[in-house]
Design a protein around this ligand. Structure first.
Ligand code: HEC
Length: 133
């Protein structure tokens, strides 16, 4: 291959990579919307059970001890940053939406499907106790 041909194919490869990673970043930064059927799911669980402890173990590193999205790992993460659970943006969502997002994750937010359903609902109830704090 000629030197020109070689640098051209490198340039094409670099551009392809930039476009691809750019698209991935943009798609991860768009608004995160749960599907309508998840939104409508009713919370079958009352109370927070051991959710405070589960949150301390699994979530505060990113979401912070008070759920404000300011955990020690948050600073190192690229946007979108861990959500502030006390905010209107989170609190205005239905229990079903929060449950679905927690279960599926996105980007740096891990999926928590391996936690039993009732524990995930208790965590949703716990997030409710932080409203406006
Ligand atoms: C490694 C860091 C990390 C951990 C650990 C983590 N999260 Fe997240 N979380 C994120 C990030 C980053 C986002 C924002 C994701 C986005 O908008 O794409 C997020 C978003 C969320 C949202 C969505 C809020 C919204 O804006 O709609 C909920 C709910 C949530 N997290 C709950 C939890 C729960 C519950 C746990 C623990 C069981 C947890 N997270 C653990 C990083 C983390």
């Amino acid at each position: 291959m000629s030197a020109f041909g070689k640098s051209l194919s490198i340039a094409v490869a670099v551009i392809t990579l930039l476009v691809w990673t750019g698209a991935a970043v943009v798609s991860a930064q768009g608004p995160w919307v749960a599907p309508p059927e998840a939104k409508a799911v009713k919370n079958p669980v009352k109370g927070i059970g051991n959710a405070k402890k589960a949150v301390e173990t699994n979530c505060v590193s990113c979401h912070g001890p008070g759920g404000k999205g300011d955990g020690p790992a948050a600073a190192a993460l690229p946007p979108p940053k861990p959500a502030n659970w006390t905010s209107e943006a989170v609190q205005k969502q239905t229990d079903g939406e929060l449950f679905w997002k927690m279960s599926n994750g996105r980007g740096a937010m891990p999926p928590w499907k391996h936690l039993p359903d009732n524990e995930r609902w208790e965590i949703v109830n716990y997030i409710r106790t932080l409203k406006g704090k």
